[in-house]
Design a protein around this ligand. Structure first.
Ligand code: PXP
Length: 254
């Protein structure tokens, strides 16, 4: 029998906050969305506290810590302000991401090599209370630098691959998928726990779940969009089913 590593789903609820903030009020409440996602089977919640607080705000993170029993993965930039917040709140996991004010979403992976000693210090500080992950593109040098920086986890950026799939770019999507396969293998061989995320939908989540090294997917925008049509419960269950179909293909020839 093939031994398959369990695969967790972390649900990113940022865009429930985006919708709430559009009217400046309290509805829809991202913590209610988190509760519904966990009730439907999500294994964890992800939220990105951006420097400009464009979606998730500080109070959301505090409430996620207090009101939601499932582990919180706090995405943030490696700034003094964010490190202070993470030290005070001690979420289960912290995922360090690059952040540019003008971008619509996290566009590229973290440049771990350029981060050097300063980034290594942040990883060390945060590792005292959280599992620290670095969000990187599937590039050999960045993956090796992630292991050297002392992170326990790497989250491979699937955004470029997902964009190529959406635009029916066959060669681009195949090349990028190969980079993800090799990246996941290299990261696991260096002792990193491997996560993946950005831009995933039902189809790409099923495909990426065929990579045996991957332990967790973090998915937000597509699922929150789908929840408008089918509801939170259905979208989480459909995503878990897609991931299970992918994982069932691990070790199956062809
Ligand atoms: N993982 C990381 C590190 C991210 O920055 C994001 C976007 O906030 C996601 C996963 C989720 O991406 P998406 O919303 O496109 O599913």
């Amino acid at each position: 029998m093939v031994e398959r590593m369990p695969l967790r789903l972390g649900v990113n609820i940022d865009h429930v906050a985006t919708l709430r903030n559009a009217r400046g009020g309290y509805h829809p409440d991202p913590i209610r969305a988190a509760r519904a996602a966990v009730a439907a089977g999500a294994h964890g919640i992800t939220a990105h506290l951006r420097e400009d607080r464009r979606h998730i705000v500080d109070l959301d993170v505090e409430r996620l810590m207090k009101e939601i029993a499932a582990p919180l993965n706090l995405e943030m930039a490696a700034t003094d302000e964010m490190v202070g917040i993470a030290q005070r709140l001690t979420p289960h996991a912290v995922c360090l991401v690059p952040e540019k004010r003008a971008e619509r979403t996290t566009e590229g992976g973290l440049d771990v090599i350029a981060g050097g000693v300063a980034l290594r210090d942040v990883v060390k500080t945060l590792s005292a209370h959280s599992r620290v992950s670095l969000f990187v593109a599937p590039e050999v040098a960045q993956i090796e630098a992630t292991a050297k920086a002392g992170a326990a986890v790497i989250e491979l950026h699937t955004g470029t691959w997902c964009e190529a799939v959406i635009h029916d770019d066959e060669k681009g999507s195949l090349d990028e998928f190969k980079r993800l396969v090799a990246g996941a293998q290299l990261a696991a061989s260096l002792g990193l726990e491997v996560h993946a995320g950005h831009g995933l939908d039902f189809e790409t989540a099923e495909l990426i779940s065929t990579l045996p090294e991957i332990a967790e997917l973090n998915i937000g925008h597509y699922m929150m969009g789908e929840a408008v049509f089918t509801g939170m419960d259905a979208v989480i269950k459909n995503m878990l089913a897609a991931m299970a179909r992918g994982r069932a293909r691990v070790g199956v020839p062809g």
